[in-house]
Write a protein that binds this ligand. Structure first.
Ligand code: ADP
Ligand code: MG
Length: 681
């Protein structure tokens, strides 16, 4: 009998080639496929009349086929397949370009749901490349899956149907019946059916609720297990009499109150044999690195080594520069270890790390986690420019020995949420900016102002400054389409408004080295204007960049907008952020207005939480940031659900620490938090 845990290649209708595509998405079994949730649904529940269909916007229609026109072969490689349909009042022509399949399958006289953009005047209305379904066996809410090249939603739907058939033979459940009753949760088998083939919006909502609750539970339980695990070991207890006055005296500034407080708390932790597990949260520019340097100086004075790990080569170099600036004056010379360190140099540095003479080591995660031997490692600092992935945290907890650990994050998270998300860490917040920093001026404008905004950017480029331009994102499309859109957008700027400037392009599909090369060029001012999809992954400091323009700003979450805005305002000159949006809705306008009114990341995070719920903040198992509009369960979570999950997991672990009554849940939580999971590779 087929099982949900068989290799995906054994599923009916999945040949080798498609199995490969699934593997690329991290889908190895039918079980995984059932947990590959739709990103959205095409709503066929309320089809409109052709007469009411708004020109240029997508809508669903219920129509009957009047006539299939003969295919017209316009020229080599370009043919049109047209079908005339009616809704009983008006006619409309469906047009398929080069793709005969749907056309061939449609039958005269039969009824279909069609979905797509309606164009043309009132006399000759058309719908190009529509989604179609026979009414006889239609899904009223038709799932649209996150796509990858070569895998369409239709293919995924077919394979999901085969997986659901296997599920029906052997239904599964991960939560105990008492819990399902207490929180009125839908059963897992039913929920998986409903999320892939919803019969109504209400049923879909109930299914999402159940799946979200379970995801949160896994997360909470994993976090609590992690806390438990790291509490057991012991770390070096340093001396509370350690004198940092030389360090303070040689700093080029005085610490802010928040920085001083953070240093106090951290050094107190370092004097305790219980390993520190602390998150240092502070908005971009709040001065986390100076705090890290103080902690490293403290450890060094005690004879212990500190390692500072950054996610990318450029960030590591940046940290190396800053740490050297802060520490060299008191006689501590940091060393740098990254992928591009030459073999010979690497050997020398590694020897210095092994014999303990290198007191502060800066580098990339990848290089340092691989076979670096420390003589007396006392403190591990991790710089996460953004959200700190669950699996990375687990890896850190499992790292050899048990040094003190400090995680730095630049994502302001509302306190209520931080307590949940970082349940295994103590939290310190830098909620004060160094004095004298100019606030970034933010403007929200419509597309009509674009040309003027470009002119404004040119003025700044002419003054020798640099700028970022964040491309329009195409919703409901895959990454490849977005890359193509970014490329053509960059091309049009290069040959148009910015033909006199050096324009660079950065997008998500580029290899890490390519990205780093582009960022290095930006940093070196070999690029004036950097066009990018989301530069979210890039925490690079280009103090000379003073303007950022964000297209389709309404499509981003506030937290993400704030992160993007933080790319500017890092130097002495006044900086500007231009948010371009043609969104009509009141909610969208209010959101952008929050950005215009404040530069305070924590205030923005609170507003975001109130408006959109906590989904955006919850890290995914793979450590990636959830994208606005992405479906997975927790996107629909609300704070109440989060609190329920927290209460429940705490109560369960209290009563049954090994989770013997919920083996499936335990297994999922462990998978989520396993350092060896795919997430880390
Ligand atoms: P973060 O990593 O939190 O974004 P950094 O540590 O990179 O911030 O600090 C941003 C800039 O502010 C750096 O140029 C740093 O030298 C400077 N800085 C840090 N602390 C202070 C302070 N207390 N007063 C003035 N400047 C500071
Ligand atoms: Mg920093």
């Amino acid at each position: 009998m087929a099982s949900l845990y068989d290799p995906i290649g054994q599923l009916k209708g999945v040949a080798e080639k498609r199995a490969k595509l699934y593997h690329r998405l991290g889908i190895d079994t039918p079980y995984d496929l059932l947990h590959h949730f739709p990103r959205s649904y095409i709503d066929f529940t309320a089809p409109v009349r052709i007469a009411d269909a708004e020109n240029g916007s997508a809508c669903a229609l219920r129509v009957r086929v009047v006539q299939k026109l003969s295919p017209s072969f316009v020229r080599k490689g370009f043919s049109l397949f047209r079908v005339v349909v009616t809704d009983g009042e008006n006619d409309l022509t469906l047009v398929f370009f080069n793709t005969p399949y749907t056309y061939q399958a449609m039958k005269a006289g039969e009824e279909y749901f069609v979905y797509g953009k309606v164009t043309g005047g009132f006399t000759r209305r058309e719908m190009h490349s529509p989604q179609t379904q026979r009414c006889a066996d239609a899904m009223l809410l038709q799932p649209v899956y996150p796509q990858t090249v070569g895998l369409t939603s239709a293919m995924i739907r077919t394979n999901v149907a085969a997986s659901l058939a296997i599920l029906d033979e052997a239904p599964i459940e991960t939560l105990p019946p008492g819990l399902l009753r207490a929180y009125q949760l839908m059963g897992l088998t039913e929920a998986l059916h409903a999320v892939h083939r919803p019969e109504s919006q209400a049923q879909l909502d109930a299914a999402r609720h159940r799946l979200a609750f379970e995801e949160l539970l896994q997360f909470q339980i994993g976090t609590l297990m992690l806390r438990h695990r790291s509490g057991a070991s012991s770390a070096p207890a340093m001396s509370p009499d350690t004198d940092l006055s030389a360090f303070y005296q040689s700093l080029p500034f005085t610490l802010t109150g928040a920085q001083r407080h953070a240093v106090e708390v951290i050094t107190r932790d370092l004097c305790d044999a219980r390993p520190m597990n602390r998150l240092l949260q502070g908005d971009v520019g709040s001065g986390k690195t100076a705090v890290a340097a103080a902690a490293a100086a403290f450890a060094a004075k005690n004879g212990f080594q500190t390692v500072l790990m950054a996610p990318t080569e450029i960030l590591a170099q940046q940290h190396m520069q800053t740490m050297t600036e802060f520490l060299a004056p008191i006689g501590i010379e940091p060393v740098l270890l990254t992928g591009s360190t030459k073999a010979k140099e690497k050997r020398i540095i590694k020897a210095a790390i092994a014999d303990g003479s290198a007191k502060v080591v800066v580098g990339t995660h990848a290089v340092i986690q691989k076979d670096t031997e420390f003589r007396s490692l006392g403190l591990v600092i991790t710089d996460e420019q953004h959200r700190f992935g669950v699996a990375q945290r687990a890896a850190l907890a499992e790292k050899g020995g048990s040094p003190h650990k400090l995680v730095m994050s630049a994502t302001p998270i509302p306190r209520t949420l931080a307590l949940i998300i970082y349940g295994d860490l103590e939290i310190t917040v830098l909620d004060e900016m160094p004095r004298g920093r100019l606030p970034i001026q933010t403007f929200a404008v419509t597309g009509g102002y674009r040309e003027r905004a470009f002119g404004f950017i040119r003025q700044h480029l002419d003054a020798g400054e640099q700028a970022y331009l964040v491309c329009p994102m195409i919703e409901e499309s895959d990454q490849l389409e977005n890359v193509q859109a970014a490329e053509s957008y960059a091309e049009s700027l290069k040959s148009g408004a910015f033909s006199a400037y050096r324009v660079g392009l950065l997008h998500g599909k580029m290899k890490p080295q390519e990205k780093e090369a582009v960022m290095a060029a930006m940093k070196a001012h070999e690029v004036d204007l950097l066009v990018c999809t989301t530069v979210v992954e890039v925490g690079v400091d280009v103090p000379n960049a003073t303007v950022i323009l964000i297209e389709n700003a309404d499509r981003f979450g506030l937290a993400q907008l704030h992160q993007l805005r933080g790319r500017v305002g890092r130097g002495k000159a006044e900086s500007f952020c231009v948010l371009v949006s043609d969104a009509e809705g009141q909610a969208a306008k209010e959101r952008l207005n929050v950005m215009v009114k404040t530069n305070d990341g924590f205030a923005i995070a609170e507003a975001d939480l109130a408006q959109r719920g906590p989904g955006d903040y919850l890290p995914r198992a793979d450590g990636k940031i959830r994208q606005h509009g992405e479906f997975p369960g927790v996107m629909s979570a609300d704070m109440n659900m989060l609190k329920d999950a927290l209460d429940f997991s705490a109560a369960v672990l209290e009563r049954d620490p090994s989770l013997s009554t919920m083996p499936e849940l335990r297994a999922e939580a462990e998978k989520l938090f396993s350092a060896n999971s795919r997430a880390l590779q």
